[in-house]
Design a protein around this ligand. Structure first.
Ligand code: HPA
Ligand code: ZN
Length: 358
C-alpha cells in the first residue's frame, strides 16, 4: 500500500470544518441500514429480542465496537438481522437512518438491506417493504432527501439465497429498490462466476448492479466484478491500487469506487486513513464516491469520512466538493430522472467547491 502525501496543514478544522462539510450537498451511496442503527435503538431492539448483541451494544456505548477483520465483522453483523423483523421495525429503522442522513447534509441516499437474512428470521418481504415504503413516504414529505433501496445478499450462503434476493430486488423495483449488490465475506467467496446470471437478471430489470470487491480480496476481485458481473459501482475497491493496469482501466472508465475510509481502517484493509490509497487513486483519475458503509459500527458518519480524508489523508476541500457534485451522477436512477432531481443540487456542490478554493 503506498503512503499518501503528507497532509497539508488544514485551513479550517474542528466544529467549523464539520459544519462546512455538513453544508456540502452530498450523496450516501454505500450504507448498510443495520450498520447505521442508532445506538439507543440497537440496545432497545436487542433487549426486546433477548439477543447476544445487547452486551456488545451496551459496551459499544462506552468503548465503541472493535473488529479483527472482515470475517469477524460479518459474523457480528449477522447477529443484527434478528433485531429488525416487523413492518413497524423496518419503518422505524429506515426513518431514523434517513433522518440522520438528512442532518448530515445528504440529499440522495441508497440504503442497503439484506432481505433474505430478515426473512430467514421471521420477517416477510411484504411486511418489510410495507415498513420501508411507509418510511420513504414520510421522508418525501418531511426531509430534503431522496431515498432509495439497494437489495444485497451474503455471498457465502448458497446460490439459492442470491437468487431469492435477486427476485426480491426485481419484485420491489416499483417500491423504491434501484440496485442489487453482493456483500458479505469476500475472503470466503470472491469472484463467483455463478453470480453473473443474477446480475444479468437485475440489469435486465433496470436495476443498478453493485458489488463489494477489493476490500478483503485483491485487485483480481475488482477486475472480476467488472468482467464477470458488469457492475456499475464497486463497493470499496481499495485493493485495486495493487494493480497499475486495473487502476488505469478504472481511470478510463465510469465505474466509481465507493470509498469508505474508516471502515477500511477498522477492518485492517488499510493501516490508517492517512495511508489510504484513495489519494493515489484520485491522482491517477479513478472516479471515487465517499461513503460511510456502517457508520454506527465504525464510529463514523459521512461528514466525518470527508473530514478525515481532508485532515488525515490531505484531500483538499475543493476536491471533496467536486467528488460530492459528481456523485449525484452515480445514482442508480435513469439519467433523465437524475438530471431532473439533482442538476441544482450538484451545482450547489460545485459552488461549495469553488468557495473552498477562494
Ligand atoms: N463488506 C462486506 N459486507 C458487509 C460490509 C462490508 O463492508 N458492510 C456490511 N456488510
Ligand atoms: Zn459495505
Amino acid at each position: 500500500m503506498r503512503p499518501g502525501p503528507a497532509p497539508r496543514p488544514p485551513a479550517v478544522a474542528g466544529d467549523a470544518l464539520r459544519e462546512r462539510l455538513r453544508r456540502l450537498p452530498k450523496t450516501e451511496l454505500h450504507l448498510h441500514a443495520l450498520g447505521a442503527l442508532r445506538p439507543a435503538t440497537t440496545v432497545e431492539l436487542a433487549r426486546r429480542a433477548g439477543s447476544p448483541v445487547l452486551a456488545a451494544a451496551e459496551r459499544a456505548a462506552a468503548e465503541g465496537y472493535a473488529f479483527d477483520d472482515l470475517p469477524h465483522f460479518v459474523e457480528f453483523f449477522i447477529g443484527l438481522f434478528g433485531l429488525v423483523t416487523t413492518p413497524a421495525d423496518f419503518e422505524r429503522v429506515a426513518w431514523e437512518v434517513a433522518e440522520d442522513l438528512a442532518a448530515l447534509g445528504v440529499r440522495y441516499a441508497e440504503v442497503r438491506w439484506t432481505p433474505t437474512s430478515h426473512t430467514a428470521r421471521g420477517a416477510t418481504v411484504d411486511g418489510m417493504w410495507a415498513g420501508l415504503e411507509a418510511a420513504r413516504a414520510q421522508v418525501e414529505r418531511r426531509l430534503p432527501l431522496t431515498l432509495r433501496w439497494v437489495v444485497d445478499f451474503p455471498r457465502s450462503l448458497p446460490l439459492a439465497v442470491g437468487e431469492a434476493a435477486c427476485g426480491i430486488a426485481v419484485a420491489t423495483r416499483d417500491r423504491g429498490t434501484v440496485a442489487f449488490d453482493v456483500a458479505g465475506d469476500e475472503r470466503a467467496v470472491g469472484a463467483e462466476p455463478r453470480f453473473a446470471a443474477l446480475f444479468r437478471r437485475a440489469r435486465a430489470a433496470g436495476l443498478g448492479c453493485l458489488a463489494h470487491a477489493g476490500e478483503a480480496a485483491g485487485p483480481e476481485s475488482v477486475a472480476a466484478a467488472l468482467d464477470l458481473w458488469g457492475v456499475d459501482r464497486i463497493g470499496h475497491g481499495t485493493r485495486a491500487i495493487e494493480d497499475a493496469a486495473l487502476v488505469a482501466r478504472l481511470a478510463r472508465g465510469t465505474v466509481p469506487l465507493e470509498v469508505c475510509p474508516t471502515s477500511n481502517e477498522a477492518l485492517g484493509v488499510v493501516p490508517s486513513v492517512a495511508a489510504h490509497p484513495v489519494v493515489e487513486l484520485l491522482r491517477r483519475g479513478v472516479p471515487v464516491v465517499v461513503s460511510s458503509d456502517d457508520p454506527t459500527l465504525f464510529g463514523t458518519d459521512v461528514v466525518r469520512e470527508h473530514e478525515r480524508l481532508h485532515l488525515e489523508a490531505g484531500v483538499p476541500l475543493d476536491t471533496l466538493g467536486r467528488l460530492a457534485a459528481a456523485s449525484f451522477l452515480q445514482a442508480s436512477l435513469p439519467a433523465a430522472e437524475r438530471h431532473e432531481r439533482f442538476a441544482d443540487v450538484a451545482r450547489e456542490a460545485v459552488a461549495w467547491s469553488e468557495a473552498a478554493c477562494a
